[in-house]
Ligand binder design. Structure first.
Ligand code: PMP
Length: 450
C-alpha cells in the first residue's frame, strides 16, 4: 500500500533518533556493555535485543502508568509489559499483599485457602466451573493441548494462520503457499509439527469445517481475535461458527484470552456469550507476577478426573514445581477481587475509546490510509485502510522500518508503545491527558515524514 510517507525522510529520522537515544542514555549503554560478557546477547532474554534501540533501555522502577529508566527518564507506558501490567505497574492491592506476605513463605507444593477462593472467582467470572494453575500462559496452553488430546483420543490440533499462543511447539505452524509449514525463525525445531497441527486462515469457516470433518482433530485453539500479528478481528458470527462446528464434530474449543482479556470483565468470550471447553489466561492475571490459569467445563473436568483415576502411574507431562505457589495464588486473588474490577475496565475502555478516536482523527487529517482497532482497553493501528481479515493480510500491512522509527521517536520523548506492532494499552491510571501526549507526539513525528 502506497502511503504518503517520504522514505528518505524516514531514513534520516531513524538515524537522528538512534543518535539521540545513544546520547540520552549513557547509563543504559554502560549496563549494556557490562552485561555483554555474561548474558547471551547481553540481555536476560535474547529477544530483548529486538526492540529497535541501538542497545537495550534498562529500567529502574515502574508504578502505575509510568516507569523510570536507569538514566532517570520517566516514561508514559502504553506497552504495559505487553499486557502483563495491563492493570498498571505494581497495582496497589497486589503491592500491599506482596509486602504483607513477604515473610510468610512462597512455595510449599501444597494448596492454600486462596486457591479454592480463586477457583470460585474464576468460575463466576468466566462461566467455566473448574480451574488449574500454571506459571505462564504458554504452559496453560500446553497443558490444555495435552488434556484435549488425552480426552479425545485424537492427535491433531487446529490453529489459525498468524496465531501466537506462547512458545508452544504445536502452534508454530503457518500457511505458506497454502501449505502448512514451520513458522520461520524457530530454533532447534527437530519434530515435524505439521504432522499433528492443521492450519487454516482466520475468518474462513469453510476451511475450519473441512479441517474438522474427519474428526481427527482434538481441539481448535484460538484467540477470539488474533492479537499477535497486528490485529485481526473475527467477522461477526465467526467465533460462534467455530463453536458450532467444534460441537458438531466433538472437537474441543480452546479460547486463549491472555490478550483479549482487555475486552472486558468477562473476557471476549463472556461478552460474546460463547462458552469454550477450555479457556486460558496468563500475563495480567496476577498483576504482572508469573502466573496463569486454565478453566474447563464440568464435562471436561469429569472426564479428566476419570482419566486421572485410571491412568498409569507416572508424570502427566503437566505441572511445574512453582506453579500454584502460595504467593502468586494470593496475588491472583487480590488482583481479581480488587484490581481487575468492573470500574477499572470501565475507565480503561473509555480511555482507549478516546485514544482510538484521536488516532482516527489524526490519520484522517494527514490523509494516512491507516486503520485503528480497539478491543476494550487496547488499541492497535495498522498501515492499511481496511482492517485485515486474515493473518496474511495483517502481515502484509506491517512496515518494520516505519514502525521502528516511530517507536524510537516516541521513546526518545518519554512514551513507550509495544514493539513488533502498534499496540497501545490503557491502564486504570492512564488519563485523557496521557493519550493527548501520545497522539500529539505521534502527530509531530508523522508531520515530519509527509
Ligand atoms: N497467549 C497469547 C495470546 C499471547 O499473546 C501470549 C504472549 N504474548 C501467550 C499466550 C504466552 O504468554 P507467556 O509468554 O507469558 O507464556
Amino acid at each position: 500500500m502506497q502511503t504518503p510517507i517520504d522514505r528518505t525522510r524516514l531514513e534520516s529520522l531513524a538515524h537522528q533518533e538512534t543518535e539521540r537515544f545513544i546520547s540520552a542514555n549513557p547509563t543504559s549503554r554502560q549496563l549494556a556493555q557490562a552485561a555483554r560478557p555474561h548474558l547471551l546477547s547481553g540481555v536476560p532474554m535474547h529477544w530483548m535485543t529486538d526492540w529497535g534501540t541501538p542497545f537495550p533501555l534498562f529500567v529502574d522502577h515502574a508504578r502505575g502508568v509510568h516507569f523510570t529508566d536507569v538514566d532517570g527518564h520517566r516514561y508514559l507506558d502504553f506497552c504495559l509489559g505487553d499486557t502483563g501490567a495491563m492493570f498498571g505497574h505494581s497495582p496497589g492491592p497486589v503491592a500491599a499483599l506482596v509486602r504483607e506476605l513477604a515473610e510468610r513463605g512462597y512455595t510449599t507444593m501444597l494448596p492454600t485457602g486462596n486457591a479454592a477462593r480463586v477457583g470460585a472467582l474464576l468460575a463466576e467470572r468466566f462461566g467455566l466451573p473448574v480451574w488449574q494453575f500454571t506459571t505462564t500462559a504458554t504452559d496453560a496452553n500446553r497443558s490444555v493441548l495435552r488434556w484435549a488430546r488425552a480426552l479425545s483420543g485424537r492427535s491433531r490440533i487446529l490453529v489459525f494462520d498468524g496465531c501466537y499462543h506462547g512458545t508452544v511447539d504445536d502452534t508454530f505452524v503457518r500457511l505458506t503457499d497454502r501449505e502448512a509449514r514451520h513458522r520461520p525463525g524457530l530454533v532447534g525445531q527437530v519434530h515435524d509439527l505439521t504432522l499433528h497441527t492443521r492450519v487454516v486462515p482466520f475468518n474462513d469457516l469453510s476451511a475450519v469445517e473441512a479441517a474438522l470433518a474427519d474428526r481427527t482433530v482434538a481441539c481448535v485453539i484460538t484467540e477470539p481475535a488474533l492479537t499477535n500479528i497486528g490485529m485481526v478481528l473475527p467477522d461477526p458470527g465467526f467465533i460462534e461458527g467455530v463453536r458450532a462446528l467444534t460441537r458438531e464434530t466433538e472437537t474441543y474449543l480452546v479460547l486463549d484470552e491472555t490478550h483479549t482479556i482487555s475486552a472486558g470483565y468477562h473476557g471476549w468470550s463472556g461478552a460474546l456469550g460463547v462458552v469454550p471447553d477450555f479457556l486460558t489466561l496468563g500475563k495480567p492475571v496476577a498483576g504482572g507476577l508469573p502466573a496463569a490459569v486454565y478453566g474447563m467445563s464440568r464435562e471436561v473436568a469429569k472426564a479428566a478426573e476419570a482419566y486421572l483415576a485410571t491412568k498409569e502411574t507416572g508424570h502427566s507431562g503437566m505441572g511445574t514445581t512453582l506453579s500454584a505457589n502460595m504467593f502468586t495464588v494470593a496475588a491472583i486473588r487480590a488482583n481479581l477481587e480488587q484490581v481487575m474490577t468492573r470500574d477499572a475496565y470501565w475507565h480503561m475502555t473509555a480511555t482507549a475509546a478516546y485514544l482510538a478516536e484521536r488516532l482516527e482523527a489524526l490519520f484522517a487529517r494527514l490523509a494516512l490510509p491507516w486503520c485503528v482497532t480497539q478491543i476494550g482497553a487496547r488499541c492497535e493501528f495498522q498501515y492499511c485502510p481496511v482492517r485485515p481479515r486474515t493473518g496474511v493480510e495483517a502481515e502484509a500491512a506491517m512496515d518494520d522500518t516505519l514502525e521502528g522509527a516511530l517507536h524510537l521517536y516516541l521513546l526518545n520523548r518519554g512514551i513507550l508503545i509495544t514493539p513488533f506492532h502498534n499496540m497501545t494499552l490503557c491502564c486504570p491510571e492512564t488519563t485523557h491527558a496521557h493519550v493527548d501526549t501520545l497522539v500529539d507526539t505521534l502527530a509531530e513525528a508523522l508531520e515530519g515524514l509527509i
